[in-house]
Ligand binder design. Structure first.
Ligand SMILES: CC(C)(COP(=O)(O)OP(=O)(O)OC[C@H]1O[C@@H](n2cnc3c(N)ncnc32)[C@H](O)[C@@H]1OP(=O)(O)O)[C@@H](O)C(=O)NCCC(=O)NCCS
Length: 167
């Protein structure tokens, strides 16, 4: 990992660079994903969104959206996480997630959800949500709907539909 890369919170000035990174990494199909529908109803960013900078160049970004599950707050939806392909596999994704999850835990966030690969996200404590327990506003492969408890027992107490939490 380059010692010159620094992580910091996302700011509105980063939006154009983050959009370019998402277009590079995910392509045009990204707006049709179910997770995007959850984020549509929520503020553009939360205090847990972070970026990795190599000088002035944005090389990785992660978003966390405040959500409600079954009407209850205190939860986040992680994603998208994107690392510039030129810098993939060097620990930048891991570091962004670890820092943000630690901050969320400190703030008392109880649960983080995401739609993604368990082999990658399992290392941060993400496990598949029991099928049907939590729903998103669109189709999701149940094996890819993952949750990490920041407070023990939080997943068992979370069920129902997921929605972006308005400020
Ligand atoms: C997936 C991604 C976020 C990983 O970030 P990264 O900075 O490249 O990876 P890191 O350096 O944090 O982690 C590397 C480790 O993750 C593993 N890994 C990377 N992608 C993986 C995947 N899809 N499934 C399982 N493991 C994966 C690597 O094998 C490596 O394992 P190791 O630590 O045991 O050697 C990044 O490559 C990326 O942006 N990919 C395209 C977009 C994407 O798929 N985003 C996630 C869904 S929102």
């Amino acid at each position: 990992m380059s010692p010159n890369v620094t992580n910091r919170p996302l700011t509105p000035a980063d939006f154009p660079a983050v959009s370019r990174l998402h277009a590079t990494v995910f392509g045009p199909g990204r707006f049709t994903r179910t997770a995007y529908r959850v984020r549509e109803g929520a503020p553009a960013f939360s205090p847990y969104c972070r970026v990795a900078m190599l000088g002035e160049r944005l090389i990785a970004a992660v978003r966390f959206t405040p959500i409600t599950v079954g009407g209850e707050g205190g939860a986040l939806l992680l994603g998208p996480l994107a690392v510039d392909p030129e810098f993939a596999g060097q620990g930048f994704g891991k570091r962004l997630i670890s820092e943000a999850m630690e901050a969320a835990r400190t703030d008392g966030v109880r649960l983080v959800l995401l739609v993604g690969d368990e082999p990658y996200y399992g290392r941060f404590g993400f496990r598949p949500v029991p099928p049907g327990q939590i729903t998103l506003p669109g189709p999701v492969d149940p094996r890819r709907l993952l949750a990490a408890e920041l407070i023990p027992g939080a997943l068992a107490r979370s069920c129902g539909p997921t929605a972006g939490q308005r400020a």
